[in-house]
Ligand binder design. Structure first.
Ligand SMILES: Cc1cc2nc3c(=O)[nH]c(=O)nc-3n(C[C@H](O)[C@H](O)[C@H](O)COP(=O)(O)OP(=O)(O)OC[C@H]3O[C@@H](n4cnc5c(N)ncnc54)[C@H](O)[C@@H]3O)c2cc1C
Length: 454
């Protein structure tokens, strides 16, 4: 009996694998694409995200990648009748610190130079440009770039309930969120219509004949001949590279998220993703402080890092808020269930009180909350991997860190072009493994201070 064969096997059906399968089968017209995963699509990491996107990044290649990815997401939103509820409410970085405000202006100017759109300043003077509010829904016809708002009256009008200590906020405009599950499901359905085969199977071996990929072996013993394999295994990226005798420069960090019922309606329901850009001390009482110290949680009493953030979740009538604050950055081998932090939900809700003081009302009685999360699998400089591996016929689509939902379509676009030998855009080399062989890039890495992670 002839061995079953296919042109490309995509290993991993998270958002990276699904977008790559879509790009190959639908956009590039590759006839025989097979997507393998022992789990149902999008159920390991890709359904745990906050589902947000932004084109403000601290370097040109990341801005180019995200702009391309967002172009593709908008194209899909248009052709699907916005099946995945794409909005453009923006990211809002707020501060009470004049030095940080200077840094925010600088990063907005730099990002504008990299192509994320112009900076507009709103100081409360007659010569200010008009501030265009972000509607709750939709994304068309809205500005790109950033609005730096130091007009305090305007700031409180847009985001009522924000701390009186706030001296400025940077509103990133080509940013917002979408339903990652719906986006993934929509791409998967279109790809299946174009001939994609989906197998609920783990890839346990990759066959290499005469130095190039010739097939894969699945966990039921099936051997599938193929010309190319794409490693889109998320937190198992390096383990799958190991099937080829290769290794990838990635590590995984635990990242949790809390969903809670903001029944006091502290966070404005029309807000974007709200980020407190200052370090802070959580407002524990002295009794709580003693208790935490005695319980070995002195880390929660010390100064805590920047970027406690959250956003409203759900449509009319919902009071849910999603919130994140990675105050530990634990790097480890991925295991499930995730390591627990029983205080996580409470700490984040208390941390949000720095930006929205009304959240402090929850200190006495915490609202209903659910904590979940996953791994940010990332490279040292927090740029993804999209391109050939060392074995001819093998490719990688991964290291998507905390930006996999927003970057997946752009990454898939690059990987499909590498697989099919099509023309590559200017930003492609910034995401290949080869970049690490460039001594100038190695020097750049040594001086790296800003990775864009929040
Ligand atoms: C708390 C949290 C918040 C986040 N917020 C955002 C956000 O707001 N915006 C954003 O853009 N991103 C966000 N992210 C990041 C985003 O979720 C990830 O970058 C993205 O989901 C990674 O997708 P992936 O396809 O690479 O990996 P995964 O979704 O983990 O998929 C990998 C798949 O590979 C499969 N696999 C592994 N080994 C094999 C094998 N041998 N054979 C076959 N299949 C295999 C696994 O079973 C899994 O299904 C967040 C992540 C977390 C954890």
């Amino acid at each position: 009996m002839a061995k079953p064969s296919t042109d490309v096997v995509v290993c991993g059906a998270g958002i990276a694998g699904v977008a790559t399968a879509y790009s190959l089968a639908v956009r590039s017209g590759v006839e025989r694409v097979t997507l393998c995963d022992p789990l149902p699509p999008l159920t390991l990491t890709s359904d745990k995200s906050t589902e947000c996107y932004r084109n403000l990044w601290p370097n040109r290649p990341m801005v180019a990648l995200m702009n391309r990815s967002i172009d593709l997401i908008e194209e899909l939103a248009r052709s699907s009748g916005n099946a995945f509820n794409l909005n453009r409410r923006g990211y809002v970085y707020a501060t009470a610190d004049p030095d940080r405000l200077v840094g925010m202006r600088r990063s907005a100017e730099a990002a504008a130079g990299f192509g994320s759109g112009p900076l507009r300043e709103h100081r409360g003077s007659g010569s200010d440009p008009v501030y265009q509010p972000a509607p709750a829904d939709g994304w068309e016809g809205l500005p790109t770039g950033t609005d730096l708002i130091t007009d305090i009256a305007l700031l409180h009008r847009i985001w009522p309930g924000m701390s009186e200590r706030t001296i400025g906020a940077l509103h990133v405009r080509r940013a917002g969120w979408l339903s990652a599950q719906q986006l993934g499901a929509w791409m998967l359905d279109r790809a299946k219509d174009a001939g994609l085969t989906v197998l609920l199977r783990r890839v346990i071996a990759v066959e290499v004949i005469d130095g190039r990929v010739a097939g894969v072996v699945l966990d039921d013993g099936t051997r599938l001949a193929c010309g190319s394999v794409v490693n889109a295994a998320g937190p198992m990226l390096d383990a799958v590279a190991g099937l080829l005798g290769e290794s990838l420069p990635v590590a995984s960090e635990v990242h949790l998220k809390v969903a809670f019922r903001d029944h006091l309606e502290v966070m404005p329901r029309e807000a974007g993703l709200m980020i407190w850009n200052d370090p802070q001390h959580v407002g524990w009482s002295s009794e709580e402080r003693d208790h935490l110290a005695a319980a070995g949680r002195g880390d929660l009493i010390e100064e805590m890092p920047i970027s406690c953030h959250g956003r409203p979740e759900g449509g009319t009538g919902s009071s849910w808020v999603l919130a994140l604050w990675e105050y530990h950055r634990v790097v480890r081998e991925p295991v499930w269930p995730l390591p627990e932090d029983p205080l996580y939900g409470e700490v984040v809700i208390r941390g949000l009180a720095a930006m929205f003081p009304g959240m402090a009302a929850y200190a006495d009685r915490m609202p209903q909350r659910i904590v979940d999360g996953g791994y940010y699998t990332k490279t040292v400089e927090n740029r993804p991997l999209a391109g050939p591996m060392r074995t001819p016929g093998a490719f990688v689509a991964g290291a998507l860190s905390g930006f996999g939902i927003m970057a997946a379509c752009g990454i898939a676009d690059l990987v499909a072009a590498h697989v099919t030998g099509s023309d590559l855009p200017e930003h492609a080399p910034a995401f290949t493994l080869e970049r690490y062989e460039d001594p100038a890039y190695q020097r750049e890495l040594e001086e790296l201070t800003e990775t864009g992670q929040i």
